[in-house]
Write a protein that binds this ligand. Structure first.
Ligand code: FES
Ligand SMILES: [Fe+2]
Length: 407
C-alpha cells in the first residue's frame, strides 16, 4: 500500500519564519535521520541532498550494497560530487576526476601521484534498516567521520527482524513547515489531546464522525538504561453520544529515539491486532520537515484494518500540523497544574542539543498571577469521565522521571 490520500494543500504560514525561528532551539539536533528509501539508491547510483544544514553526496558502491555519505563539494576546487559517478566503491568528481573513498580520503588523482594523504573530507555514519537509509548527524559544528562511534543504533522492531511482521505500506507525509522539536512536545502536552484530537475523524480525512468523541489517558516514561529514548503511551476510548465504548478502546505506545527524528509506534486495537509504524522527520530547512510513515504488521491482518489503524493516526497528526506550522516556541512556558510533563520532556531533549543554552532559565518563577507552583505537577487530569486518579511527579531536574500508567 502506497498511500497518498487526501493531503491538504500546502499553505504558507502567515507568521514569518524569522519570527518563529528566533524562538526555537537549534534546528538540527543530534541523532539518526532517514535520508531516503534504499530502492531510490541502486548499486552505482549517486545522489545530491540538502538537509540538516548540509550539502551531502550519498552513493552506493558498484560492487556491493554499501552506502556512503560525505560532504558534497569537492575539496579540490569545489565541484559538486553529486554530479560525479561511482567507481567501484569510490565517488569520482565530475571536474578533474579525483576519486574519494567513503571515509572522505582522496583515493586517486588520475594525473598525479602526489595524492594529499592528510586531506579528509567530512563523512558520516550510515545505516540501512528495513529498506531505509539513515545518517547520523551531529550538530554544534563537530566534524564527523563515517567511522565515528554513535551513541545508539537505528531502532529496530523485533517482529520485523524475526519475520512475523512484514512491510505493509508507506505514506509520504510531505514537507511540513514546523520545527522538529514540536513532535516531541506533542507527547508531553497531555492537555492538547482532548482539545485538538477529541473528535473521531474518518481515517485519512479531516471529516469528523458525528457524535463520536475520543477520551485520552496518557503517560510518559524515560529510560535510564537507554537515555536516548522517551516512551509515551496514549490510550483512547471512543464515546458515542456520551457513552463510553470500552470494547473499542485503542492503545498507542510511541518510542522516541532522539529528538523527533525517529518515532516507533506500536498501535493496538481490541483483539490484540498490532501495527508497528515508523514516523521519521528529516529537516530540509530549520522550519521544514520531510515526514514519512512506514508500517509493518502480521501478514494475517486484513488490509482494511491496517488502513484504518494507520489512517486514524495520520489524520490526527494532521490536526497538529495546522498548529505547528503557525506557532512559536514558548520559553519559558507558562504551564498550569494539569498540563502534563512538558518540562520533563524539555529537560530530556536537551541532550540532543549539546551547545544550546536556552535564552532564559526554564521555569523561572514569575510574579505574574498566572504562574503556578511547578514543584509538584499532577497528570493526567482526573476527570469524572476518565474515572482515573491523577498521579503526581516530583518536578525535580532529573531527566528520568517516570509517569506510571493510569486508567
Ligand atoms: S574539483 Fe573535484 S577533482 Fe577538481
Ligand atoms: Fe497531537
Amino acid at each position: 500500500m502506497d498511500s497518498k490520500i487526501l493531503r491538504p494543500k500546502h499553505r504558507a504560514s502567515p507568521v514569518s519564519d524569522d519570527l518563529r525561528l528566533a524562538s526555537y532551539p537549534p534546528p538540527y539536533p543530534d541523532g539518526w535521520y532517514r535520508l531516503m528509501s534504499s530502492k531510490s539508491l541502486r548499486r552505482g547510483q549517486v545522489r545530491y541532498l540538502e538537509c540538516l544544514g548540509r550539502a551531502l553526496v550519498v552513493w552506493r558502491s558498484e560492487d556491493a550494497d554499501d552506502v556512503h555519505a560525505m560532504r558534497a563539494f569537492c575539496p579540490h576546487l569545489g565541484a559538486n560530487l553529486g554530479h560525479g559517478r561511482v567507481r567501484k566503491d569510490r565517488i569520482e568528481c565530475p571536474f578533474h576526476a579525483w576519486q574519494f573513498s567513503g571515509d572522505g580520503r582522496v583515493a586517486c588523482i588520475p594525473y598525479s601521484d602526489n595524492v594529499p594523504s592528510r586531506i579528509v573530507t567530512e563523512s558520516f555514519p550510515v545505516e540501512e534498516v528495513y529498506g531505509q537509509i539513515f545518517l547520523y548527524h551531529r550538530g554544534g559544528g563537530i566534524r564527523q567521520q563515517a567511522s565515528d562511534e554513535v551513541p545508539y543504533p537505528v531502532p529496530r522492531v523485533r517482529e520485523v527482524d524475526d519475520g512475523s511482521f512484514t512491510f505493509r505500506g508507506h505514506h509520504d507525509g510531505g514537507r511540513v513547515r514546523m520545527h522538529i522539536i514540536e513532535i516531541v512536545e506533542n507527547a508531553a502536552d497531555f492537555a492538547h489531546f482532548a482539545s485538538t484530537h477529541g473528535r473521531m475523524i474518518i481515517p485519512w480525512t479531516q471529516i469528523p464522525i458525528p457524535g463520536v468523541e475520543l477520551e485520552y489517558t496518557s503517560s510518559l516514561e524515560f529510560d535510564d538504561d537507554r537515555p536516548w529514548t522517551m516512551r509515551a503511551q496514549v490510550r483512547t476510548v471512543p464515546k458515542v453520544f456520551g457513552r463510553r465504548l470500552e470494547r473499542a478502546k485503542g492503545n498507542g505506545v510511541v518510542t522516541y529515539s532522539g529528538a523527533g527524528s525517529i518515532l516507533n509506534f506500536r498501535l493496538t486495537i481490541p483483539g490484540q491486532r498490532e501495527v508497528a509504524l515508523y514516523q521519521t522527520h528529516l529537516p530540509i530547512a530549520p522550519l521544514e520537515q520531510q515526514v514519512d510513515f512506514h508500517w509493518f504488521a502480521n501478514p494475517g491482518i486484513p488490509r482494511l484494518l491496517v488502513w484504518y489503524i494507520v489512517g486514524n493516526w495520520i489524520s490526527q497528526w494532521r490536526k497538529d500540523v495546522r498548529i505547528w506550522e503557525n506557532k512559536v516556541y514558548a520559553e519559558p512556558p507558562v504551564l498550569c497544574r494539569d498540563d502534563g510533563p512538558v518540562g520533563c520532556a524539555r529537560r530530556w531533549y536537551r541532550q540532543f542539543f549539546p551547545d544550546w543554552q536556552p535564552a532564559r532559565k526554564p521555569y523561572a518563577a514569575s510574579a505574574e498571577t498566572d504562574t503556578v507552583d511547578r514543584s509538584r505537577v499532577a497528570w493526567p487530569v482526573s476527570s469524572p469521565d476518565a474515572g482515573g486518579g491523577a498521579k503526581e511527579y516530583d518536578g525535580a531536574d532529573s531527566p528520568s522521571v517516570s509517569a506510571g500508567e493510569t486508567g
